[in-house]
Design a protein around this ligand. Structure first.
Ligand code: DGL
Length: 264
């Protein structure tokens, strides 16, 4: 197979990473994609660094069986806790969602007060704070874990009053710090953009890490002359458990049909 036609490998703890795949489809329509969702071991957001790193290594090894030219770690929790270990372990280019999200947030903030929301493990790792500090020591990062958002999205209770109540409870304390930018630091949160916007107000910029990592993937492939020209891109989805459940909810995340799905 030509170098360019090798697939992009994307993994997540489950189906949330499909928000990233959706953005990759938009920006890189010619790319073959192999996706792995670790649905047997989800959630990662409540697990330890050691466990998340071990799972992330195994997920990458699986994607490399398809000769992936690039690995995208769509999961914010894996990106926060394991990206450095993955980069040390494998030769293939690997990108995560933290740096692209931070880069965008820092380009749009006017008052240098950025909020970050994510899983407990992501927030506890301080991955976003560290990335912000690396770039600029005056920008303040205010963060908050929002663990109930993931199950609310998976239940499809997005417009429900209960979701607004939960969003107000999580986000109003963050708004007291006068943030003007909020990073959606979890795969599921792009689906809550409407709810979050209503709670934080129109003036707060929402940064979608799924969009930003897709742009980063495009830049990297362009720079390495690895963009595919294939007009019949193929997309394969693998999961470690319950493929039918993944298909039903995943098609909602992706906004299109999933035709190839297999449990491994
Ligand atoms: N994919 C995870 C993330 O982006 C959310 C779900 C989980 O906790 O595994 O952090």
């Amino acid at each position: 197979m030509d170098l360019q036609n090798r697939p992009i490998g994307v993994f997540d703890s489950g189906l949330g990473g499909l928000t990233t795949v959706k953005e990759i489809f938009k920006r890189l329509p010619n790319e073959n994609i192999v996706y792995f969702g670790d649905t047997a071991r989800v959630p990662y957001g409540s697990k330890s660094k050691e466990t998340i790193t071990q799972f992330s290594i195994e997920n990458t090894q699986f994607l490399l069986k398809f000769n992936a030219k690039l690995i995208v770690v769509a999961c914010n929790t894996s990106s926060s806790l394991s990206l450095n270990s993955l980069k040390a372990h494998f030769k293939v280019p690997i990108i995560g969602v933290i740096a692209p999200g931070v880069k965008k947030a820092m380009s749009v903030t006017k008052n240098n007060r950025i909020g970050v929301i994510g899983t407990r493990a992501t927030i506890a790792s301080k991955s976003y704070e560290k990335e912000i500090k690396k770039r600029n020591s005056v920008t303040k990062c205010l963060s908050r874990s929002c663990p109930l958002f993931v199950p609310l999205v998976e239940e499809d209770w997005i417009g429900d009053e209960v979701t607004y109540t939960v969003a107000r409870r999580y986000l109003q304390p963050l708004m007291k710090y006068n943030i003007d930018t909020l990073i959606l630091g979890c795969t599921h949160y792009p689906l809550l953009k409407g709810v979050i916007k209503r709670v934080v107000g129109k003036k707060v910029n929402l940064v979608d890490s799924a969009e930003e990592v897709a742009l980063d993937a495009k830049r990297l492939l362009e720079a390495r002359r690895l963009l595919s020209k294939n007009k019949n891109a193929r997309h394969k989805f693998f999961v470690s458990d319950k493929p039918m459940n993944f298909k039903a909810i995943g098609e909602r995340f992706l906004g299109r049909k999933i035709s190839f799905i297999k449990k491994v």
